[in-house]
Design a protein around this ligand. Structure first.
Ligand code: ADP
Length: 665
């Protein structure tokens, strides 16, 4: 029975009518529209005062607000795209090249001769249509009925199907239904001699692109097909279809993602995966209680009102350990082109096609990313910037940007290069340029305020090295390792952390005891094992290093790596731990300005390690003079720019002896 009695009921009827209108205007796929209509029907039968009623209304309201058929048109001008990338970003040439290649492939896929399937039981119509369309350089296949058409569709993709409405066995309307269900991106144009308004409307409602009446005009056919093709969007191919930007913070990953969106003319949005705690954050909550919500992906598409934005999934490596459920499988449903065509958010409970979304992942480090996800990604590595690059980026991009954002004009403030260089060295300590931008912002903010206090027309404000202390306070970092003295049992190493390359000091101490090895300083499992391997190597070769045979019987060894708040892991500290230990046990001080990286095996071999470029940058920041790199990393060293090799001695080492010679006095 229906509840229509009083003012509440009139209000209720108003809401239902409003939703009904919205449903027909929402351009949903037919299956979804039917479900929405059924839900609405159901609402009429339950009390408006009940919780189910509220849940139902909210649900339908949500469904109709989604961008089912709303897309931005892609700008496929690849030269313009390159210009946009260059406009906002200094350097990064290799990365830009990779991105341009990625986009070019997509554009080529798009521009690959469009394929049109003609379905008509009259031979003469088939011939005519094939003739007209082939002359437009389309790849045309013509068949006589719906069954043959479906077989063709199974073997190859078609962009447009031009089908007769009335045919022998399957009619055009059935074919339309099947195509919309299985190949939602294929545009269907119906052609018929029995053109009547009702069947035209029905076809359009079912998702037909357009309707042409027989006898057709050649121009009309040509134009309609052309318009249908214009609505194609970039589709990812399967493997490596998702870009993943990996590298330290502040190296331009997010802003480059934004530029890609701008280049393509797409909307842009970001989802921080680091903040997600639960599968439901990705897939949505089931619609069983008031307050149930869809997942973030669907929510963002709704917010940007487009079904083909660039969506940046940030901090892939930060998905919490306490995440409830399996984040990788939830993400695969979102990212995998084979699954995401029919992504079903638990709240929506109907499939939503995510295949036009361009996903870009970001991560600081790639180690923890599950293999099935990594398979789908094309990884582009971002490394830190050199001192020189930072200064150039700051003077060309960050300073003008901050000056503008703080309401100043460019000829009001002048940052001297030497001042920028000092900010980089004395007020920041990072691989990227996030803090550098913050410091510049602070200075601009102070200048903006001063400019209001001083009488108008005060002229140009010069930001000089001397002025920095006034704006930013005392310098924050004293970075030179060489200022401190060389010591016994302390060696300088290079590791890679989430924030890029880092310099570490491995300390070793001995005390009376019984063969114990104590390890402290937030070291991960792999690094602990490196320490054990280094110690075992020294013990097994004690004689050749001049260490007394029974030394280890009566001593404990303690290895510590200060700045314990930073999580450190990975095998690349092996040689540094070895050097610190040997320095301790042979009482030879280690050169502090010689920094090293490399994995050490139990037999004393030195294995190559990752992140050479980031490590060299860290060494430069710390004013190290000599870097020891495994010989098998030769290719990485050769790839370094001249800027990076300037004034620093990078030596390739093959054996433990070479390390001993270079490090110990
Ligand atoms: P990430 O996402 O890697 O942490 P962002 O994209 O947020 O880094 O970059 C931080 C800031 O540095 C942004 O303001 C960005 O525009 C700027 N930036 C980074 N790299 C460059 C570059 N190569 N040229 C110009 N600006 C850059």
């Amino acid at each position: 029975m229906k509840f229509f009695k009083n003012a509440d009921d009139i209000h209720q009827k108003f809401i239902v009518d409003d939703l009904r209108q919205k449903i027909s205007a929402a351009a949903m796929p037919l299956t979804v529209q039917k479900i929405a209509e059924q839900e609405l029907e159901l609402l009429g039968r339950i009390s408006p005062a009940s919780a189910e009623h509220t849940i139902g209304i909210t649900y339908i309201d949500y469904l109709v607000s989604l961008p089912w058929n709303k897309k931005t048109e892609d700008n496929l001008d690849i030269i313009r795209a390159e210009r946009v990338l260059n406009e906002n970003h200094y350097g990064l040439n290799k990365i830009k090249e990779r991105i341009m290649e990625h986009l070019a492939i997509k554009v080529l896929m798009m521009n690959k001769g469009p394929r049109v399937l003609v379905v008509d039981d009259e031979e003469i119509a088939r011939k005519n249509l094939t003739h007209i369309l082939s002359r437009e350089n389309y790849d045309v296949v013509a068949v006589a009925d719906g069954g043959q058409a479906l077989r063709e569709l199974e073997t190859a993709e078609f962009d447009v199907v031009l089908t007769d409405l009335r045919m022998g066995r399957t009619d055009g309307m059935d074919l339309l239904d099947r195509i919309k269900l299985k190949y939602p991106d294929t545009k269907v144009i119906l052609v018929t001699g029995f053109a009547t308004v009702p069947s035209a409307i029905e076809a359009m409602q079912k998702g037909a692109f357009h309707y042409i009446a027989k006898p057709f005009k050649l121009d009309e056919v040509r134009d309609t097909v052309k318009r249908a093709l214009a609505q194609r969007t970039l589709k990812p191919s399967t493997k490596g279809s998702v870009l993943c930007f990996a590298g330290p913070p502040g190296t331009g990953k997010t802003s480059l993602g934004k530029s890609i969106a701008r280049a393509l003319g797409r909307k842009f949005t970001r989802i921080a995966l680091g903040g997600l705690k639960d599968e439901a954050d990705i897939r949505g909550h089931r619609r069983t209680y008031v307050g149930a919500k869809p997942g973030r992906v669907i929510e963002e598409l709704r917010r940007v009102e487009s079904s083909n934005p660039v969506v940046m999934l940030d901090e892939l490596d930060k998905i919490g350990h306490d995440f409830k459920g399996d984040p990788a499988s939830a993400l695969l449903e979102v990212l995998d082109p084979e699954q995401n065509r029919a992504f079903t958010d638990h709240y929506l409970d109907v499939p939503f096609d995510l295949s036009s979304v361009m996903f870009i992942l970001t991560a600081n480090v790639l180690d923890a990313i599950p293999a099935p996800l990594r398979d789908r990604m094309e990884v582009i590595e971002f490394t830190g910037y050199t001192q020189e690059e930072k200064v150039r980026i700051a003077s060309q991009f960050l300073c003008p940007k901050q000056i503008g954002e703080k309401g100043l004009s460019r000829n009001q403030v002048l940052f001297e290069d030497e001042a920028i260089s000092r900010i980089v060295q004395e007020y920041t300590r990072e691989a990227g340029i996030r803090n550098l931008e913050r410091r510049i912002a602070t200075i601009c903010r102070k200048i903006a305020r001063e400019s209001l206090q001083i009488a108008a027309g005060a002229g140009v404000v010069n930001v000089t090295p001397e002025a920095l202390e006034r704006y930013l306070g005392r310098k924050k970092f004293h970075f030179d390792v060489i200022e401190e003295q060389d010591r016994i049992g302390v060696a300088t190493g290079l590791v890679r952390t989430e924030s890029g390359g880092e310099i570490i000091f491995v300390e070793a101490a001995k005390m009376k005891g019984k063969k114990e090895l104590i390890i402290t300083g937030s070291l991960g499992e792999v690094m602990r094992e490196s320490a054990q391997a280094a110690l075992s190597y020294i013990r097994s070769n004690a004689g050749s290093f001049g260490i007394a045979d029974d030394f280890f019987e009566h001593h404990d060894i303690h290895i510590h790596v200060p700045s314990g708040a930073i999580q450190k892991d990975g095998p690349s500290a092996g040689v540094t731990i070895f050097a610190a230990l040997l320095s301790l046990l042979t009482r030879r001080p280690a050169h502090r300005d010689v920094a090293m990286t490399g994995e050490l095996t139990l037999t004393g071999r030195i294995l190559p390690v990752g992140g050479i470029q980031d490590k060299v940058l860290a060494a430069r920041r710390a004013k190290v003079k000599t870097i020891l790199v495994p010989a098998r990393n030769r290719a990485d060293v050769e790839e370094l720019s001249l800027d990076m090799k300037k004034d620093i001695d990078i030596r390739l080492v093959d054996t433990v002896t070479e390390i001993v010679d270079a490090v110990l006095m």
